[in-house]
Design a protein around this ligand. Structure first.
Ligand code: HEM
Length: 411
């Protein structure tokens, strides 16, 4: 293992610019044998190989079954779901098909679209609380951070008296650094308790009710009532699912919004173009997802048998990890791949590919669109308050995101 390069996620240079060293790996071979967070993996940095791996039924998400306990440390489960391992991202068809079908009945495009007015109101409230005039503000703490947590609270129907607690622990859960595993575990227990209480209460209240789960009630109400023939989610599955939606839906969206603002402010003319033509915001969001993918790497796949890819033999049980940020900058797929350019057609893999394709993509896109539309309309002249090279990035294997986004709000 000693001769294998390590993919660092914790030094300043590789967090500021992970892309240069990834490009070197991509140039060398279709798959690279590297060590990530102490585990040897095959790293995928090319677009076509990523599509192939993510749609290959011989690649499993079930590390416990095909690899072993070392594949199941907290760092490697990606999301800690309060000790519950079997969630959507960790299971294969047919179990995955069953869970995904149930949640898809409820988490529909229609339900997501209905959230738009609420997202807009929240965005406007946050903007109204920003300092007036050409003041300095941290848009991560003041805008990109708080917006998604309010949306999730609304989606779940978290009752007003528990909102403060919910916000607090969601923030601790997401904000805990790698060295604060205990804090994250505590936060996940607290959140599981809040969600468990909520689910039990709503279950009782809805016991005799009939609900059109596609658009009546909250998302949680829908999950409680959703049926697929005789099948439904039991209480443990409900808590796991709610927790997963929280864990996957919060930080990712925070960083899509923050990365988006950063990308738009880090070269002249980008922001002004969207201010002049807000109709371009959805295209810009796709390009932001490509060029600064908020999820770098997430769930490893495990080979269920020996698989040959080019010169590489992936042995049964080996872990394969797609680097979404790297594959989205593959020059074989995108011309001038490192450059933000609205001509890139949007066929990025920031939301993954195949059966595990992001369930929350429509919600993430909606939140980012509304967040950008509202802020650009209110603060069209904002600019970075520090040179872009000084911006500090988070040390994380999973998330690509800044620690703060200092801006001058403009007049
Ligand atoms: C899956 C990225 C927002 C819920 C995924 C995957 C990626 C991803 C790359 C696939 C993981 C894999 O194949 O191993 C993102 C990004 C987001 C975002 C970049 C925002 C910019 C959301 C939101 C929600 C959500 C808002 C829900 C509220 C999920 C769920 C899965 C998933 C439940 C697992 C689906 C399955 O295994 O079938 N996401 N996500 N995501 N995402 Fe997202």
């Amino acid at each position: 293992m000693s001769d294998r390069p390590t993919l660092s996620t914790s030094d300043r240079e590789s967090t500021r610019d992970p892309y240069t060293s990834l490009a070197a790996l991509r140039d060398q071979a279709p798959l690279s044998r590297v060590v990530v967070d102490g585990l040897p993996v095959w790293l995928v940095t090319r677009y076509d190989e990523a599509v192939r791996i993510l749609s290959d039924p011989r690649m499993s998400n079930d590390g416990l079954r095909y690899a072993g306990p070392e594949a199941h440390t907290v760092a490697w489960t990606g999301v800690t779901t309060a000790g519950v391992q079997a969630h959507l991202l960790r299971v294969d068809p047919p179990d995955h098909t069953r869970l995904r079908r149930l949640v898809s009945k409820v988490f529909t495009p229609r339900r997501v679209a209905a959230l738009e007015p609420r997202i807009r109101t929240t965005a406007r409230e946050l903007i109204a609380a920003l300092p007036a005039g050409d003041a300095r503000a941290d848009l991560l703490a003041a805008y990109a951070g708080p917006l998604p947590v309010e949306v999730i609270a609304e989606l779940f129907g978290v009752p007003t008296p528990r909102l403060g607690e919910f916000r607090y622990w969601t923030d601790r859960y997401a904000g805990a650094s790698e060295s604060e595993g205990e804090l994250q575990a505590e936060a996940s227990r607290r959140l599981a308790t809040i969600l468990g209480d909520l689910i039990r209460r709503r279950r009782e209240e809805l016991a005799d009710a009939t609900l059109d789960v596609e658009h009546e009630g909250t998302l949680l109400d829908g999950l409680i009532k959703a049926r697929d023939h005789d099948d439904r989610l039991d209480e443990r599955e409900l808590i796991t699912m709610a927790f997963l939606l929280l864990a996957t839906g919060y930080e990712t969206t925070v960083n899509l919004i923050a990365n988006g603002l950063l990308v738009l402010m880090s070269a002249p003319g980008r922001l002004a173009r969207l201010v002049a033509d807000p109709g371009l915001v959805p295209v810009a969001i796709e390009e932001i997802l490509r060029v600064e993918s908020p999820v770098k790497t997430v769930t490893p796949r495990y080979a269920t048998e020996d698989i040959q890819v080019g010169d590489a033999l992936i042995a049964a049980g080996d872990a394969v990890l797609v680097h979404h940020g790297a594959v989205n900058r593959d020059p074989a797929k995108f011309a001038d791949a490192d450059v933000y350019d609205l001509q890139h057609s949007g066929s990025h893999l920031a939301f993954g590919h195949g059966v595990h394709y992001c369930l929350g993509a429509p919600l993430a896109r909606l939140e980012a669109r509304v967040a950008l539309e509202e802020l650009l309309a209110a603060r069209p002249h904002m600019e970075l308050a520090v040179p872009v090279d000084i911006i500090e990035w988070r040390h994380s294997r999973i998330i690509r995101g800044v620690r703060a986004l200092p801006v001058r709000l403009g007049r």
